[in-house]
Design a protein around this ligand. Structure first.
Ligand SMILES: [Zn+2]
Length: 255
């Protein structure tokens, strides 16, 4: 994988954003494969409203966003209402995120976020544009990278280093069961528990350790009156999906 965007393709463009668009799309087209099956991704004709790339084998769609400088904590995206509607409708694309150095055009990171990690909790509403703006009242959104579990950020390139294809496909498949969870609230719960497990930062952990998050979960889900039972239920689901193993009473191990 060649980790630089530079190419003569951009010479015909004056606008910097157009230039970057052309260069990043060209790079993705050349080097990026579908994380689900490993086949190269194909580019949609221009102006397809929701996605930029697709896999002809698994019919997965991918939207590409790029940014110069560091990854940061948020990605600026389009209209808030459109985004929320897309999440509910289940036809949202997976998300490719590329960040590069604007002086050298070196690729620093390239990550795919599977669509099933998109729940309303990771979308932040921006302030509406002021009355004097051309699109007064228009409200955009940010994608909050830090609220996405680590297992939902699958790196192709991490800090200038390309990752192995096998590892990328394995990481993708590890959480693809989340796709089956069509109800956005139940998926939100699973993602929340995955994030709590990641916070423990251990390969093996106990139920009591997870109960430490009871207060935190209660503030997120105030209508739930039995958080501990909910935690146990989610752990069972994660075991059924082969995300973790039960090793003995109240003891778990990540696969
Ligand atoms: Zn595929």
């Amino acid at each position: 994988m060649y980790l630089n965007l530079h190419s003569s393709l951009a010479e015909n463009y004056n606008s910097n954003s157009q230039k970057i668009r052309v260069l990043t799309e060209d790079w993705v087209h050349k080097y990026i494969f579908c994380p689900s099956c490993g086949l190269g991704v194909k580019e949609y004709e221009n102006n397809k409203p929701v996605a930029d790339f697709y896999c002809s084998q698994c019919h997965e769609d991918y939207e590409l966003k790029s940014k110069n400088g560091s990854m940061g904590k948020k990605i600026v995206d389009g209209a808030y209402a459109t985004m929320i509607a897309r999440l509910q409708s289940n036809n949202n694309p997976n998300f490719f995120f590329l960040n590069y150095d604007k002086n050298t055009y070196d690729i620093q990171n390239f990550v795919v976020i599977p669509k099933h990690f998109f729940v309303p909790e990771i979308i932040e509403k921006r302030k509406p544009l002021s009355l004097t703006a051309q699109r007064a009242g228009w409200t955009g959104c940010n994608i909050l990278l830090e609220t996405i579990p680590e297992s939902g950020k699958i790196f192709y390139v991490k800090d200038h280093v390309s990752q192995s294809k096998d590892k990328i496909i394995e990481e993708w498949n590890r959480t693809s069961f989340l796709k089956e969870s069509k109800n956005i609230n139940s998926r939100g719960w699973l993602l929340e528990i995955i994030r709590c497990i990641e916070k423990l930062d251990k390969k093996q952990f106990s139920l009591n350790e997870l109960y430490q998050f009871e207060k935190h979960l209660k503030t997120k889900y105030p209508e739930n009156n039995n958080i501990q039972a909910k935690i146990r239920q989610q752990l069972q689901l994660l075991r059924d999906k082969d995300y973790l193993k039960f090793i003995s009473l109240g003891k778990y191990k990540l696969k």
